[in-house]
Design a protein around this ligand. Structure first.
Ligand code: ARG
Length: 768
């Protein structure tokens, strides 16, 4: 009896994760056929698994790129035209802006290919293939293999596999671990480095609602920008050259011109960055009780000081805009995450789950030997980490956070080379050239006055909050030379450091000596902070982390063994994933219902000319008043945003939201306030992906900005022809009203009927 009650309890508390809902999970495209396809078809998918992912023939995956290493983009024309978010292109847009030609503020549209703007340092990665290499990586490794030996073998084998896949530099390749080190996959990409800015709406559209609306629904942000990928004339990745030609993707996404409806199938294909959904309660506790409050406090101060500078000078606004946006984005994120974890009582839930795990592990001698101490080891690791965690956070969010210090830190490799002596002239020259390049970008966005203030204030907070025994030696200067005056200390460093001036830094680079670098006050400061971190903090953290790595691996292996019928998905790790669900509204609070879409009417209602976050361009208001939405409106309305219950996170920004026929419905650009816990725990009730409607994107490009030639490049699936089904061989499209999709044979394919019967058959197969 007891046992029965117990197992019922157990089921009850794990009920959520056991009946994994369709909307939860970031799945590996390679495994969609085996794990998800039947479920997806039930929800409205009409594509075959091969049309989604196939390494030999064109498939959806060929239209998706990792953008700049931090976002997602998708091809929408056979000439390499790429869509991503405005906030993903933000840095490229701000870097191409000057106070005289402020494209961040005013927008920009290339009317010819020659006007497209190059972007140093920007690249896109296109997946060639992925492969499960767990067998090769883990061969011969047993639970008895000593941990150090295991780590070494895994690293060596992963590197060897990646090196072989690179094929002498033809590809970018790496092995990533999944399920906390229990599985390994190899990823092979082509990297294209000639990525040009084709167009962007004005910031008042691309970042409409600013920080007030950030992470919120209902939303009216036109968060998109347009790029084009170029390749060499012989079809290979190449650095920028006038001779380069537009990349020809194996597939580009056709665009749905129909209004979507609640319940419509939606999948998001992209590169989610990082989640830690298997994290134990003790880890969550450290995040919400210790790490997040400090991050919030430090960022709040930094942002306030940056804002002062930005408000005082338009030139400084441009210099700091990109940095400010990313700091504030995660400032708000940490606040939301903490609120959500409290509301969801996640720590209590984790405790119950972990108790059940422990009982399961202890119930059998073999299991006890393997998994019995996993949770205790995890908890001990976090308890130890807590003693050093503040040092680590203050290092990155305070000491190395000011622009000058982050920059000075970059000189560490040069320092190491000079310090080692016997300098190889050619290598030194190469390094110096790299610094010269880096300096161009750095000084273009450096604002010394606000940075100096930030340094003084953050160091005061560091001094008060970090345990004294873990302070860097350099704080002795503060107390002796500067008598505890943080402002004086800052003023001295900022006026004397060579790195604080472009001219002086370049003079130094013309003849770099160890002595000059060593005695530079900014470099001396970061050096002291880093040495202290490396000697007194990092060894401890490493020790706890190594124990944690092993314990987490066993915990996750145990959880999977404990629930053999549950299909687990791996945490996000910046690899290509697919999540699927439906278009769906939600109830944020008792008595309040959120609709699944927003319109131009709501955008106009938010207009506030006195608030920079809610200015609406006059021409947009004009088109709205006349309801001149062209072919992008329906029933006198223009859709702007919509929500789906897809499981996404940072890195998915710019991802296509694709309907059951493989057509683009919009771009994912944000998560919602009610489910900000998403990176740590999935909230099945509230989790939503916030997306910009593709018809608003096209309206802004075409009607508002007069860049209709770009829309003409795309493949529009007309409202009148909604049965057209995805076809990788899409070749040419005739515009002007009716749109036709031509196969090489020139026929329009209508496969709806056929697909329906196929679904039935496969569902039956799966049941048996
Ligand atoms: N919250 C968005 C994301 O991380 C980024 C939004 C950028 N906008 C801003 N106001 N900071 O996906």
């Amino acid at each position: 009896m007891l046992k029965k009650v117990y197992s019922l309890l157990l089921l009850g508390c794990l009920g959520l994760s056991l009946s994994a809902r369709a909307d939860e999970g970031m799945w590996l495209p390679l495994l969609v056929k085996r794990l998800n396809h039947v479920d997806m078809q039930k929800q409205g998918l009409q594509l075959t698994a091969e049309e989604i992912y196939n390494v030999n023939n064109a498939s959806l995956k060929d239209a998706i790129v990792q953008f700049g290493g931090f976002c997602t983009g998708e091809f929408v024309s056979k000439e390499g035209l790429l869509l991503t978010n405005h906030h993903c292109g933000y840095d490229a847009i701000a870097s191409n802006s000057t106070p005289q030609d402020d494209i961040l503020k005013n927008g920009f549209w290339a009317m010819t290919r020659e006007q497209e703007k190059k972007n140093d340092g920007l690249f896109v990665d296109i997946l060639v293939r992925m492969e499960d290499v767990s067998g090769q990586v883990l061969q011969g490794i047993t639970p008895q293999t000593p941990e150090q030996e295991r780590t070494k073998l895994v690293a060596e084998r992963s590197k060897a596999l990646a090196d072989a896949a690179k094929n002498n530099g033809q590809y970018v390749g790496y092995v990533r671990d999944f399920f906390n080190g229990n599985e390994f996959y190899l990823f092979v990409y082509e990297r294209f480095t000639d990525v040009r800015l084709v167009g962007t709406p004005q910031e008042s559209i691309g970042k409409f609602g600013g920080d007030t609306d950030n992470w919120m629904w209902p939303r009216h942000t036109g968060d998109f920008s347009v790029f084009r990928v170029y390749m060499s004339p012989d079809g290979k990745p190449a650095t920028y050259s006038e001779k380069n030609v537009p990349y020809r993707p194996k597939h580009h996404l056709p665009i749905s011109m129909s209004n979507l409806k609640e319940g419509d199938f939606a999948m998001v294909f992209g590169f989610p960055g990082r989640t830690t959904r298997f994290m134990a309660g003790s880890g969550l506790g450290m995040a919400v009780e210790q790490s997040n409050p400090v991050r919030i406090k430090l960022r709040e101060r930094r942002l306030a000081l940056m804002k002062e500078a930005m408000d005082a000078s338009p030139a400084d606004r441009l210099k700091l805009a990109s940095n400010y946006a990313s700091i504030s984005n995660y400032y708000k994120y940490f606040i939301g995450q903490n609120e959500g974890i409290k509301r969801m009582k996640t720590l209590d839930k984790k405790a119950t789950e972990e108790k059940a795990f422990q009982a399961w592990a202890d119930a059998n001698a073999t299991r006890k030997g393997l998994y019995g101490s996993a949770l205790a080891d995890i908890n001990a690791s976090y308890a130890g980490q807590r003693n050093y965690n503040l040092s680590a956070i203050y290092r990155s969010e305070a000491a190395l956070a000011p622009q000058l210090m982050a920059h000075a830190f970059q000189y560490t490799p040069l320092y190491n080379m000079l310090k080692a002596g016997n300098v190889d002239k050619a290598k030194l020259q190469q390094l110096v050239e790299g610094y010269k390049e880096m300096n161009k970008e750095f000084y273009a966005s450096y604002v010394p006055s606000s940075d100096q203030k930030i340094f003084a204030e953050l160091m005061k907070m560091y001094y008060q909050d970090v345990p004294k025994a873990q302070h860097a030696d350099i704080f002795k200067d503060l107390t002796t030379t500067y008598k505890g005056d943080f402002k004086k200390w800052a003023a001295d460093i900022y006026s004397k450091s060579l790195l604080a001036s472009e001219a002086k830094a370049n003079a130094f680079l013309a003849n770099p000596t160890l002595k000059t670098l060593e005695t530079d006050p900014a470099f001396k400061f970061v050096r002291a902070v880093q040495t202290n971190y490396q000697d007194n903090v990092l060894p401890k953290l490493n020790e706890y982390n190594a124990a944690l790595g092993k314990a987490n691996r066993l915990y996750v292996a145990g959880l999977r063994e404990m629930h053999p019928d549950k299909v687990f998905y791996p945490d996000a790790n910046s690899t290509l994933r697919l999540s699927y669900g439906t278009v769906k509204g939600y109830e944020p609070r008792d008595g309040v219902e959120y609709k699944y879409y927003t319109t131009m009417d709501g955008l106009a209602e938010k207009e506030d000319p006195t608030n920079p976050e809610f200015i609406v361009p006059a021409k947009l208001m004009e088109l709205h008043r006349k309801k001149d939405y062209g072919r992008y409106g329906e029933n006198g309305q223009l859709r702007v945003g919509f929500i789906t219950n897809n499981d996404i996170t940072g890195g998915n920004s710019g991802s296509p939201v694709i309907n059951g026929r493989g057509e683009l419905m919009g771009l994912a650009f944000d998560g919602n306030w009610e489910a900000m816990t998403g990176d740590l725990v999935f909230d099945p009730e509230y989790k939503r992906s916030i997306n910009v409607d593709i018809k608003y994107v096209l309206f802004v490009i075409d009607k508002l900005s007069g860049a209709g030639h770009l829309v003409n490049e795309m493949t529009l699936v007309d409202k009148g022809n909604p049965n057209t089904v995805f076809n990788p061989a899409i070749n040419d499209v005739k515009m002007n009203g009716k749109v036709e999709i031509e196969t090489p044979e020139g026929q329009i394919k209508i496969k709806k009927k056929k697909n329906e019967t196929k679904i039935k058959k496969e569902t039956k197969k799966q049941k048996s």
